[in-house]
Design a protein around this ligand. Structure first.
Ligand code: LLP
Length: 416
């Protein structure tokens, strides 16, 4: 559930009409709802009540400082994949000891940064990373807390680009070899084994692959215990899907109800890394129709947001709901449009074959754009990235200013 609703004939974010926000801040504009972010975080927290747990929000989904701050204030932990994300978390008031560091290519510099900050755990994804982290921590006279991110070889049944738990994916270590790697880690003085992790994919709608992965990890936990390697936490990753169109999604409560019995009687803290499920429906991208063109065979609505603002349709053929901010009455002509941006690529579209009653100058909102929207934006075609606004009740806060031309060229230099 989210707090973007039509009232008095207009789409609102909490108490504020999106039209007024577009007029005040310009378009394209990302608008987030604080109440929605909080509601989604609490849905996980409440679903996991009664068991020792940590919700480590996946920063990559939406890393705006105000988003991180909102979640940090609720006590969230964070899943990061770079030194940059760690610095964002700290800047936003997040606590280092609630941070887990995923990713297959951590550099020594990033490792040092995370060790200095005192993060909760490195999710180690390879044998070479294990050795490198041991060296880096040893040189600092520290012991790096680690979990191995295992690849449980389950099919998450999602888009291949966002499926990560199959044998042929680059992520994690093969669960079959993990035991040996744990044994190796136990001999390394710069490491301290604390857990096990997996993340099998994103936009998952079915709990079965997640449970399969969990069962395989629990079997590994037991095998390790027999060797005297006792883990303190199990990280089931993120991946819970959201409704973009009419998907039957998995509620955090259903997900938790399936997981909890499997952990009963075990002294394992549960970690989870939701990104999309928290941020996805907490944001929309507001864009203005620049003009309508085409013929009776093909019509285009050219809007001021493009693939550089929201790349999901282009990259994953993702279907995102596009709705008018102020729906027109029956007198407006209804047509089928491809909603396209100004970027010079045929692949620059936000939606295809959308039935809309619109005119030039109208505002459209792309729903469910709060996750993997702004964070994947670029300056392609030298387009400044959109502004971001956080709505909190009847207040709107500009949480990222629109990028200017000067912002874009700041680090570039002409030749002497
Ligand atoms: N943990 C790890 C280790 C991850 O790699 C990811 C996402 C998450 C947690 C969070 O997954 P979520 O709960 O958000 O599904 N750009 C793509 C999604 C890429 C996901 C990458 N990893 C998209 O727009 O669909």
């Amino acid at each position: 559930m989210d707090y973007f609703e039509y009232r008095d004939g207009q789409l609102h974010a909490e108490q504020l009409p999106l039209q007024a926000l577009a007029e005040r801040f310009g378009t394209p504009l990302y608008v987030y709802s604080r109440a929605t972010l909080e509601r989604h975080y609490r849905a996980f927290d409440e679903a996991l009540a009664g068991i020792d747990h940590a919700i480590c929000y996946a920063v990559k989904a939406n890393s705006n400082l105000a988003v991180l701050q909102t979640l940090a204030r609720l006590g969230a932990g964070f899943d990061i994949v770079s030194g940059g994300e760690l610095q964002r978390v700290l800047r936003a008031g997040g606590q280092a000891h609630k941070v887990v560091f995923s990713g297959i290519g951590k550099t020594p510099e990033e490792m040092r940064l995370a060790l200095q900050a005192g993060i909760h755990c490195f999710n180690v994804e390879s044998a070479y990373e294990l050795e490198l982290l041991n060296e880096v921590a040893g040189a600092m006279s520290l012991r790096a807390p680690i979990a191995l991110r295992v690849n449980p070889d389950v099919d998450a049944k999602t888009h291949p680009y966002i499926s990560t738990g199959l044998k042929n994916n680059k992520f994690g270590v093969d669960i079959a070899t993990a035991e040996e790697l744990y044994a190796r880690a136990a001999t390394l003085p710069g490491l301290k084994i604390v857990g096990v992790a997996s993340h099998i994919g994103s936009q998952l709608l079915d709990v079965t692959p997640l449970l399969d992965a969990l069962d395989r990890m629990l079997a590994l936990v037991d095998r390790l215990a027999q060797r005297g390697i006792v883990l303190q936490h199990i990280d089931v990753g993120g991946g819970i899907g959201v409704r973009y169109r009419d998907e039957q999604t998995l509620a955090p409560s259903e997900w938790a109800a399936a997981i909890k019995p499997r952990l009963a009687g075990r002294k394992l803290q549960l970690h989870t890394e939701p990104g999309r499920a928290i941020a996805g429906n907490a944001g929309v991208l507001v864009t203005r129709v620049l003009g309508l063109k085409g013929s009776e065979f093909k019509r285009f609505a050219v809007v001021d947001a493009a693939m550089n603002d929201l790349i999901r349709p282009t990259l994953y053929q993702a279907w995102m709901n596009i709705v008018p901010v102020v729906p027109r009455g029956e007198d407006c002509d209804t047509q089928v449009y491809d909603v396209v941006g100004p970027v010079c690529e045929s692949g620059d579209w936000l939606g295809k074959d959308r039935t809309l009653a619109i005119e030039a100058g109208d505002l459209l909102a792309v729903r469910t754009a709060g996750a993997y929207g702004f964070t994947m934006a670029s300056n392609y075609n030298t387009r400044g990235r959109a502004a971001e606004v956080m709505v909190d009740g009847d207040q709107a806060h500009l949480v990222r200013a629109r990028e200017s031309f000067e912002d874009m060229v700041r680090n570039e230099h002409l030749l002497p």
